[in-house]
Design a protein around this ligand. Structure first.
Ligand SMILES: Nc1ncnc2c1ncn2[C@@H]1O[C@H](COP(=O)(O)OP(=O)(O)OP(=O)(O)O)[C@@H](O)[C@H]1O
Ligand SMILES: [Mg+2]
Length: 270
């Protein structure tokens, strides 16, 4: 189980996270939303042990996180993070080596690495640029490589910081599918995103952050029906929630459900 208890973090003298107590095992897919600078990425870096809180703690498997080298290695076998900026985690010049890096570190046999690599490349649709040097890839292509590097780990927790930023509509849809598929395998996914519609559709629980504190928590329906609270947090309602409020349509959870209401399939409409 991955959680925080009364976590407080500051950079130099600037407080960023205040009294954060969240349980990331509570929902299969947890969403973190909030305006720029509210502390989402900083929270992710605390969760994977890159940053250490000054007060409170990260709790991993029922115990305070062990920040020794071994403790962090054990954590990162089961908690994989895709950072907001793909350049932060791509080190090699060729894609295959980069994606396989962590597996080689863990001593996974080469045939197994090749199998997982092929699967991940297909999942993120990176086959077309697999042979290109990483430095020549676009931001969205790099993002796909970084995500593939996380997927091969098959960890219990996948932390995705802005997973669809820089992805085209097809990439975004693939990302939603990947998140759902991982959740169906019984794993936990935590996503931070400004893509409110994505958060609404794929998350089972949502936490709203404002100035580094939790402003609201609950199911997507509960959280996104609170318009005043969302305004305070600098957020807007998902379009399906607006449609519900404006047109009196039922509160659908996904585009597919809405299209089904009109007897149309997703393929017909998009
Ligand atoms: N390395 C750093 N040193 C000092 N301050 C930092 C550092 N990184 C982030 N900050 C500050 O911490 C606050 C939180 O930043 P953070 O990147 O966690 O926000 P965020 O919610 O992820 O924002 P965004 O939506 O833009 O990704 C911001 O005020 C930012 O300026
Ligand atoms: Mg961020």
């Amino acid at each position: 189980m991955l959680a925080t208890q009364g976590l407080y973090f500051q950079y130099q003298d600037q407080p960023v996270l205040r009294d954060i107590s969240l349980d990331f095992a509570q929902y299969p897919v947890t969403g973190l939303v909030g305006a720029n600078g509210c502390g989402k990425s900083t929270l992710f870096m605390n969760l994977c042990g890159l940053l250490r809180p000054q007060q409170g703690r990260v709790v991993w498997q029922g115990r305070p996180l062990d920040y020794s080298k071994q403790g962090l290695i054990a954590l990162r076998r089961q908690v994989t993070t895709v950072f907001q900026d793909p350049d932060q985690q791509l080190f090699y010049t060729d894609i295959d080596s980069d994606i396989a890096f962590s597996l080689r570190n863990l001593g996974v046999p080469e045939p197994e690495i090749a199998r997982r690599l092929a699967q991940a490349i297909e999942l993120v649709d990176a086959g077309a640029f697999r042979q290109q040097p990483i430095q020549f890839l676009s931001h969205g292509q790099k993002k796909r490589v970084a995500i593939a590097g996380a997927l091969v780990m098959q960890a219990d927790y996948l932390l995705l910081d802005e997973p669809t930023a820089g992805l085209d509509p097809a990439g975004r849809r693939q990302m939603m599918e990947i998140i759902r598929r991982i959740a169906r395998q019984g794993k936990r996914v935590v996503i931070s995103s400004h893509d409110i519609d994505l958060i609404y559709e794929v998350c089972d629980g949502v936490h709203v952050l404002r100035h580094g504190a939790v402003l609201a928590s609950g199911t997507p329906q509960e959280v996104f029906s609170q318009q005043r609270m969302l305004e305070q947090a600098g957020l807007v309602q998902p379009w399906l929630v607006k449609l519900h409020a404006l047109a009196g349509l039922p509160l659908y959870r996904s585009e597919q459900e809405l299209y089904a209401h009109f007897g149309r399939s997703h393929q017909e409409v998009s």
